[in-house]
Design a protein around this ligand. Structure first.
Ligand code: NDP
Length: 498
């Protein structure tokens, strides 16, 4: 990897217009990795203009959907060949373990393949307009979309948005997180190698408060699509509102893991551990509230704490490591403060709750996987997203109590239900105010399966046909097939006009 990562605008790599850069450090060691170009307002304007020019001359959306799909499939093949290289780069910049990143990245080609197939099978409608008319409603691309992505799954989230946007024929400008900027630039080059024309995919790296703000305030966009924290989502959605353009916002979460007494306890504890601590807890659907039916509460909590204590922290490049560092010093401080505040509000730390003292972890931003009990509904830990390796446990009495506790949350992204009673799983699912429910599982995702939340978790969805449609708009063509003359002002007869 080059010492300085550049912007990618109109098919060319470029330094920022004022030469500014920022630094990315390895969160496991604190060692600087590379400098990254910091895009100015002028660079963002150039990227949007490049996307607009590519859209207007139809170099991408003018292709048949089948030809776009062929190119996306070629890109999927190129990506599959680079998984090991990209997984290593992800580990270095965000500290997630190599085992997780290999597993996650190995699936990314599926998004390009899936949305290529959707583009080929997308159909318009022919509403019945009545005698003498043929009405054809086609779905057409929007134009230029701004994609703003977070650091926790840098490539996965970019891929979710980009695949739908490109398959539908749009141009895009990507603003990756300042903590995970390496791969969108490489991805833009890969897509062009596969045949996506220059100017269709542009990348502006930079900080959220400057580059991100310039992009979301730019009036030349036709859509904004953000994944990030809820407060950032509100700012970006407000900017979209000012420009009267659609917004998709995938935001925070505080997912409940609801464990009924009839569940297989060992399997459920393994599931809760997976829900809470994969990605060092830094996922929007993290199992952050483990709710356990009172009859088995102590048994589940004891086993969860025992298994949490056994998790191996270490070098994320070592395939035996199970838990990497938190992404940055600021994020680790936020995690530590959330646990300290919970303690001050009366909670009990059942395990973890501190920075590990082992010397080999001393240079990175590690935090011990933590389970917290005795958390009240008024406590910050119950309501606020921590985005780190911290989960809480709480008992419930029956289905109604489980649902009430699960829904007592500002977020509505996801939940998992653990039970051997399928009827109960369906009943509880119906009552949960969330966008995604797993039964006897957690974290599973598929390019064809809608992903999005309610309440403070955002607007709209990724994946599946909904996401594709969200990158198109309807265009209604009304064809007069009558051979009868029509002259409204030549007569006073009652004529049909609406
Ligand atoms: P942030 O909200 O900090 O940042 C998200 C993106 O927005 C980054 O690219 C950031 O840039 C940019 N940004 C920040 N401020 C602005 C601004 N004023 N205008 C425009 N862009 C801005 O989130 P994180 O990166 O810390 O990601 C974690 C959050 O993302 C969590 O809340 C998590 O729940 C959520 N998330 C949601 C998912 C979902 O599917 N619902 C999936 C994954 C994460 P920069 O990084 O440079 O500051």
């Amino acid at each position: 990897m080059a010492d300085t990562l550049l912007l990618h605008i109109d098919g060319k790599d470029a330094a920022s217009s004022d030469g500014g850069t920022f630094e990315v450090r390895n969160p496991a060691t604190g060692v600087p990795l590379y400098d990254v170009a910091h895009a100015t307002a002028q660079d963002v304007a150039s990227a949007v203009a490049a996307g607009r020019a590519a859209f207007e001359d139809r170099r991408w959306h003018g292709m048949r959907p089948r030809d776009r799909a062929r190119i996306l499939n070629r890109a999927a093949g190129l990506l599959a060949d680079r998984i090991d290289e990209y997984a290593r780069l992800e580990v270095l910049q965000i500290g997630r373990t190599i085992r997780e990143m290999r597993a996650q990245l190995a699936r990314l080609p599926e998004w390009l393949e899936y949305f290529g197939a959707v583009a080929q099978s997308s159909e318009g409608t022919v509403p019945d307009f009545g005698e003498g008319y043929l009405n054809v409603v086609r779905r057409v691309p929007l134009g230029v979309a701004g994609l703003i992505t977070p650091w926790n799954h840098p490539l996965l989230i970019t891929m979710k948005k980009l695949s739908a946007a490109l398959a539908a024929g749009n141009s895009i400008v990507i603003k990756p997180s300042e903590l995970g900027p390496a791969l969108p630039c490489a991805l833009a080059a890969l897509l062009e190698e596969a045949g996506v024309p220059a100017g269709v995919v542009n990348v502006v790296t930079g900080l959220g408060g400057s580059t991100g703000r310039f992009l979301s305030e730019h009036r030349g966009l036709d859509k904004l699509d953000i994944t990030g924290g809820t407060e950032t989502g509100r700012v970006v959605a407000a900017n979209a509102g000012r420009s009267l353009i659609p917004v998709t916002a995938e935001l925070g979460g505080k997912a409940p893991v609801i464990v009924f007494a009839d569940a297989d306890i060992e399997r459920t504890v393994a599931g809760a551990l997976f829900a809470a601590f994969i990605a060092t807890g830094q996922t929007c659907v993290q199992g952050a509230r483990v709710l356990v039916q009172r009859d088995v509460y102590q048994q589940v909590v004891d086993r969860l704490v025992e298994r949490t204590r056994q998790l191996r922290l270490g070098d994320p490049l070592d395939p035996r490591t199970q838990i990497g560092p938190v992404v940055s010093r600021a994020q680790r401080d936020k995690v530590a403060q959330a646990v300290d505040r919970a303690k001050a509000q009366g909670a009990t730390v059942l395990c973890g709750g501190r920075v590990p003292d082992s010397p080999e972890l001393g240079h990175g931003w590690f935090y011990e996987p933590t389970v917290v009990g005795d958390v009240a509904s008024t406590d910050d830990l119950w309501r606020e997203e921590v985005f780190g390796p911290v989960t809480l446990v709480r008992p419930f009495d029956d289905e109604a109590d489980a649902v009430a506790q699960a829904n007592d949350c500002p977020f509505g992204l996801a939940a998992s239900i653990w039970t051997s009673d399928i009827g109960r799983a369906v009943r509880v699912t119906d009552e949960l105010d969330v966008g995604i429910v797993w039964v006897n599982d957690h974290h599973r995702i598929d390019p064809g399966s809608t992903w999005g939340g309610s309440k403070d978790s955002g607007i709209g969805s990724e994946n599946g046909w909904d996401a594709y449609r969200g990158y198109t708009r309807p265009k209604s063509v009304i064809i007069n097939s009558s051979d009868r003359p029509f002259d409204w002002f030549a007569t006073t007869d009652d004529l049909r006009y609406s």
